[in-house]
Design a protein around this ligand. Structure first.
Ligand code: MN
Length: 423
């Protein structure tokens, strides 16, 4: 079942020359949506093309997009994401035609990316974080429990997840404040309050729900694939020492709730169609509602770079979303199984993406094996993140052309003083 159309033609070029440069993240075959402002003006919806942004809010106002009711007039993507999926596809075809090298008119509202401020692309009211990488779950289970039984008995049957905080999902570039938390080492008699000493990142893929489901009405995996509007890079900042004390028995709480960074450009499901790949081999058969009849994994290379304050960045890992054991479609299908209602703009994190090789492990927890084997960075070594450190994720698909995700970056700010009276 191929859903390729003329928007996926590798030979297609744009009259915007920077979109034809070999290394660009944003060729005319990509067309990711985002929200931007410039010159202190209001938020507008746009599409990235080369080093420019096509201002869809303005183009729609000029009647250039053929929309009846406006869909790009609210300063977020939600109104468009809530439209039927056929409209996502027809809009992509229309925008591609406007930007095509053969287009008759070049009189379009364009803004240089260098002059724009990027904002959260959607109003995100729900954030759920999964744990869908078998290699990551195996690493963590080996580290904290038992290498011989690293995966818990449910893992190969259930896409494990927890409900996170949408209120602290932020766009790339937003500083992250080192969290305070209750800390208690194994030798400590009692917990204390302090800044985390094990601040970490998690390399993840985020999926944004376009079409929700009614409460009480589950989706199949096939329906869930179609319900996803698009994907972003996601860094799920984590405090490992807070987590280890708080997580039993209900799972992570404050250790994961202080900040989650996403990349500003939403790469659409339509754009990723040529990069669908089969999932890893199943260790045990999945229950029927999780079975996929199409390859729903995505071949996306994701790299992370760590830069100490005032120093150059150094690449510390390279992984691939194709290794996830459960696809975003399976995560979403599972999320709805009980009748949980999913809404337009809900964000699903894949969980840390790790592969088999050490250089593909998607967190410092794994790369340094909980601090035992520090990494070399410019000017020093790191077990976990220090104040002033910046982490930047970049992702792209490689094929007949390159589809990029842009960057997902954040810098660590020092922790505040602990609230309340002194002991
Ligand atoms: Mn996570």
């Amino acid at each position: 079942m191929s859903r390729l159309d003329e928007t996926h033609d590798p030979g297609r070029r744009s009259w915007i020359e920077s979109a034809n440069a070999p290394g660009t993240d944003f060729p005319v075959q990509n067309l990711p949506y985002g929200v931007f402002s410039h010159g202190g003006g209001p938020c507008r919806v746009g599409v990235a093309i080369g080093d420019m942004i096509l201002d869809l809010t303005a183009a729609e106002g000029q009647g250039r997009l053929g929309t009846g009711q406006p869909v790009f007039d609210t300063g977020s993507l939600n109104r468009f994401m809530a439209r039927p999926k056929e409209e996502w596809t027809s809009m992509r075809r229309r925008i591609a035609a406007l930007l095509d090298a053969a287009a008759g008119t070049r009189d379009l509202p364009l803004v240089a990316q260098a002059d724009a401020v990027l904002h959260l692309p959607a109003e995100i009211r729900g954030f759920t974080d999964f744990y869908a990488s078998r290699e990551h779950a195996t690493n963590v289970g080996s580290m904290f429990r038992d290498p011989a039984n690293a995966l818990l008995p449910n893992w190969l049957h259930v896409p494990i997840g927890y409900n996170g905080r949408a209120s602290t999902v932020v766009v790339s570039g937003t500083p992250i404040t080192r969290p305070l938390g209750q800390l208690k080492g194994p030798e400590d008699a009692a917990p204390r309050v302090g800044p985390t000493a094990k601040l970490d990142f998690e390399v993840e893929l985020g999926a944004l729900v376009g079409t929700g489901n009614a409460m009480g009405a589950p989706m199949s995996a096939a329906e869930a694939w179609e319900a996803i509007f698009g994907y972003v890079l996601l860094n799920d900042w984590s405090a490992r020492d807070i987590q280890v004390w708080e997580y039993q028995p209900l799972g992570p709480f404050l250790s994961k709730a202080f900040g989650t960074t996403i990349s500003p450009w939403v790469v659409t499901r339509d754009a990723l169609e040529p990069f669908r790949v089969p999932p890893p081999e199943r260790a045990v058969p999945l229950l029927p509602y999780l079975r996929e009849e199409t390859p729903n994994n995505l071949d996306i290379v994701i790299e992370a770079e760590l830069a100490p304050e005032g120093r150059a960045g150094r690449r510390i890992l390279r992984t691939n979303a194709r290794w996830l054991y459960y696809s975003a479609a399976q995560q979403l299908a599972h999320h709805t199984l009980s009748g949980c209602a999913m809404e337009t703009g809900d964000l699903l994190g894949s969980g840390t993406i790790s592969g088999e090789a050490r250089e593909s492990w998607g967190s410092l927890l794994e790369l340094t094996w909980n601090g035992r084997d520090p990494l070399d960075v410019e000017g020093g070594r790191r077990a976990f993140l220090e104040d002033g450190d910046s982490v930047t994720l970049r992702g792209h698909c490689d094929g007949p052309y390159r589809i990029g995700f842009g960057t997902c970056a954040g810098t660590i700010r020092p922790a505040p003083a602990a609230p309340g009276p002194r002991d």
